[in-house]
Write a protein that binds this ligand. Structure first.
Ligand code: IMP
Length: 192
């Protein structure tokens, strides 16, 4: 089976990708023993995904390994906040944790329009040093009271227009079927 390295150690993400990709062996950064730091200092989702993908591609190349690499960068964008938190979604609050990020967002959206979408940009990097980009979006709005059991990121306060419930309340299958990551990945799978 061909291998794809996912340029991440985020357990939620690896799990979501494994559920959606069946015809490739999925390797995480731990699996390829990559322990370095990747500084994501790009100005867009695509730039950040490309930084991650290229770093891992170069690491594999040095080891003589010709694996495909995929890297994604995602985040929540709010129209009333000019697209914030956007690429800063993981570190929106000073505390840089999910609960504090959600609290800050609810506060920042007080008396503002609540429309929001998640964006996921995937870069698929080939061993020959070329790459392709895939984008997935999913639309909804932010609610002020947390709902659901899943407390990953903004899931408990993102009310999905597709599912008519929050991502926190959705099952994994439901979320994957409409999520930004699911949609970007579907586009990527057509390419593989
Ligand atoms: P990453 O760059 O893809 O790791 O995502 C950055 C941040 O965006 C995460 O730490 C979350 O705060 C948020 N995020 C991305 N995808 C999701 C999701 O599916 N649900 C909730 N939050 C998400």
């Amino acid at each position: 089976m061909d291998k794809i390295v996912i340029a991440s150690n985020n357990k939620h993400k690896i799990k979501e990708f494994k559920e959606m990709i069946s015809n490739y062996e999925i390797l995480s950064l731990n699996d390829i023993e990559f322990n370095g730091d990747i500084v994501e200092d790009g100005n867009s989702f695509e730039e950040n995904a490309l930084i991650k993908a290229r770093t891992i591609h170069n690491y594999l190349k040095e080891k003589g390994l010709n694996y495909l690499v995929m890297a994604d960068d995602s985040g929540l964008c709010c129209d009333a906040l000019d697209g914030a938190p956007g690429i800063y979604s993981a570190r929106y609050s000073e505390e840089h944790n999910d609960q504090a990020n959600r609290d800050k967002l609810i506060n920042d959206l007080k008396n503002k329009e609540k429309d929001a979408y998640f964006n996921c940009t995937i870069v698929l990097y080939y061993p020959d040093d070329t790459y392709k980009t895939f984008v997935g979006k999913t639309y909804g709005f932010i609610i002020e009271e947390e709902r659901g059991k899943t407390d990953f990121g903004y899931d408990p306060i993102f009310y999905s227009k597709d599912l008519n419930k929050t991502f926190g309340e959705a099952s994994e299958e439901e979320k994957n079927s409409v999520s930004h990551r699911g949609r970007a990945l579907k586009e990527m799978l057509k390419e593989l």
